[in-house]
Design a protein around this ligand. Structure first.
Ligand code: AKG
Length: 245
């Protein structure tokens, strides 16, 4: 197991500046990691997963629609949870053996309001090192709901679970919007305050999201149970390590 960590750590994947941003701001955007032909296939597979209305794994929220278990939705998504920048960020931020906790498709619906700043922990949950990620299936820009962050908030000794706009103004903080072309990934610390902004366009904003946690922590999804035989047959030993199966 430690061999995987050594291997991941020995490869590049994130520059010193990227790692610094992850430390200081709590997030980093790595642009254009998915080549256009691969992105076209991924986009089609994403739409197919969302069109499958027989799925019991669809959750319709106030502003977004999620389809769970993207590890088992096709080979197009296999690379998303083992790409080197993401794994490097896990080594750096988690600093011990880690595993994927969840990976799902999430569409921000057209004309949806902003979400509200929050962290990726439940209100009374004890926090631990958590690396979240958002793959941009569409371009993320200011008017279609790009994710916003409150830089550095993961380092506050008292991190609020949520922060209202009034509190934001009162404390004199301002958010930074994480824009990027389709095929980019946002990697962030689960303790940094973030939200999706308002989607003021008539088009959905598609993404694949998930999180990595220490290997000893309770995963959102136990991948050994719902693992499809096709997935198991095609994924790499590295993927199996990351899924803890
Ligand atoms: O979809 C987004 O832009 C951010 C959503 C998110 O990270 C969350 O709800 O925790």
């Amino acid at each position: 197991m430690e061999d995987w960590l050594r291997l991941i750590n020995s490869d590049g994947g994130l520059s010193a500046n990227d790692l610094q941003s992850l430390n200081d701001a709590g997030f980093v955007v790595i642009p254009n990691l998915i080549a256009p032909d691969r992105l076209a296939r991924l986009s089609a597979a994403y739409d197919a997963a969302f069109a499958d209305t027989s799925s019991i794994d669809v959750r319709v929220g106030k502003t977004t629609t999620r389809v769970h278990d993207f590890v088992n939705r096709g080979s197009e998504f296999d690379e998303l949870y083992i790409c080197q920048p993401l794994l490097k960020a896990c080594c750096h931020t988690i600093g011990e053996s880690f595993k994927l906790s969840s990976m799902f498709g999430r569409t921000l619906r057209p004309n949806a309001q902003a979400q509200g700043l929050h962290i990726d922990f439940k209100r009374d949950e004890e926090r631990f090192p958590l690396v979240s990620f958002i793959w941009m299936v569409d371009e993320f820009c200011r008017d279609n709901g790009a994710t916003q962050f409150l830089p550095g908030s993961h380092t506050w000794s008292e991190v609020s679970h949520e922060l209202t706009n009034d509190q934001l103004a009162e404390y004199g903080h301002s958010t930074v919007t994480a824009c990027g072309p389709a095929g980019s990934v946002i990697i962030f610390n689960g303790s940094v305050l973030h939200e999706h902004s308002a989607n003021t366009t008539d088009a959905p904003r598609r993404s694949v999201q998930g999180a990595f946690i220490p290997r000893s922590a309770q995963a959102g999804t136990d991948f050994s149970t719902p693992m499809g035989p096709d997935t198991l047959a095609r994924i790499s030993p590295l993927a199996k390590y990351v899924l803890a199966i």
